[in-house]
Ligand binder design. Structure first.
Ligand code: NA7
Length: 290
């Protein structure tokens, strides 16, 4: 299905979705877009995308519809709401790049398949805004092999790797496993940088100094400097980090998995949000300790 003539749609042109949609435009795919806040579609329209009035209109115009939305509730609205994708015809494939509940991904896939003849791939990503801009995200996919192969050519413009993990839900579960490491690293990185500062060591040098050692990670290299400098540039909201931690803890409860470190991370991020940092960049989390 997926080649340069495949009609694509993108819903959710936020921090991640906008650069991802631009990659599809740049690759020559016909692209129809919708975003709840219309003005965020301006850059994609300038790049050649067509503006739709609703998710249903995006679906009518597209064979593959990509989503990149805040959370489970947003995805449910866009799929099944009054002007949702399910009002836009059958035979489509929905690729959901949002991070949502694995259980919900399984349920949405079944509802779409059984009642609307629409296929669904849970396809959360890692790599953040830098990866979205470069087109080298990693996608953890859950769904049918044939659907994943059908969308692989288009996704190759957004992601260096599209990994088929298993059935629906497996992509989201893998993303939550990824976030266990990412989020606990984030919160301990703030403590580590603060310890350096309070001990008279230049914390902005720490990521480079630790680069060859066991403490190195992509999180340290991509965000350490920015966190040390209190760089205000918005690349991902702390509220989104909180949402991921809440999903991880729900998965822990459902599977009987104790997650004490994630519990602590969740509560300190909640505290940072209570202190007014929710709409700031995740790197600003260090301000909790200032
Ligand atoms: P952003 O920049 O906050 O973008 C979130 C997008 O989701 C944005 O386009 C929102 O529209 C849209 N949204 C949120 N709620 C709804 C509802 N109810 N209906 C329609 N659209 C909605 O987040 P990121 O780009 O950083 O992250 C997106 C996902 O990728 C998230 O799951 C991460 O965990 C990974 P708005 O512009 O606010 O009107």
């Amino acid at each position: 299905m997926s080649d340069k003539r495949t009609a694509t749609g993108f819903i959710g042109l936020g921090l991640m979705g906008e650069p991802m949609s631009l990659k599809l435009c740049a690759a020559g795919y016909p692209l129809t877009v919708w975003n709840r806040t219309r003005k965020k579609t301006a850059t994609a329209i300038e790049a050649g995308a067509i503006l739709a009035e609703s998710p249903a209109e995006v679906a009518k115009a597209s064979d593959i519809i990509f989503l990149c939305l805040t959370d489970t509730e947003a995805v449910e609205d866009v799929l099944f709401g009054r002007h949702g994708i399910t009002n836009g015809g059958s035979g489509k494939i929905v690729v959901d790049h949002s991070t949502i509940s694995p259980k919900a991904a399984i349920e949405f896939a079944a509802r779409l398949r059984d009642h609307h003849d629409i296929r669904f791939i849970d396809a959360p990503v890692t790599g953040g805004v830098p990866g979205a801009i470069k087109g080298n995200l990693t996608v953890f996919a859950g769904g049918e092999s044939s659907d994943i192969e059908a969308v692989r050519p288009a996704i190759s413009h957004l992601a260096g790797k599209l990994l088929h993990i298993g059935a629906n839900g497996a992509g989201q579960t893998t993303k939550l496993c990824n976030q266990v490491m990412v989020m606990t690293t984030f919160v301990t990185m703030a403590e580590m940088l603060k310890l350096a500062e309070n001990s008279g060591v230049d914390s902005t040098q720490i990521p480079e100094i630790l680069a060859e050692g066991f403490a190195n990670s992509q999180v340290l290299q991509l965000f350490g400097q920015r966190m040390a400098r209190r760089d205000p540039e918005l690349t991902g909201r702390l509220t989104i980090a909180q949402k991921d931690l809440d999903l991880i803890r729900a998965a822990g409860r459902e599977t009987g998995t104790p997650l004490p470190m994630c519990g602590t991370a969740t509560e300190v991020v909640r505290l940072a949000i209570a202190r007014g940092l929710g709409d700031r960049d995740v790197s600003q989390f260090i301000r909790l300790y200032d």
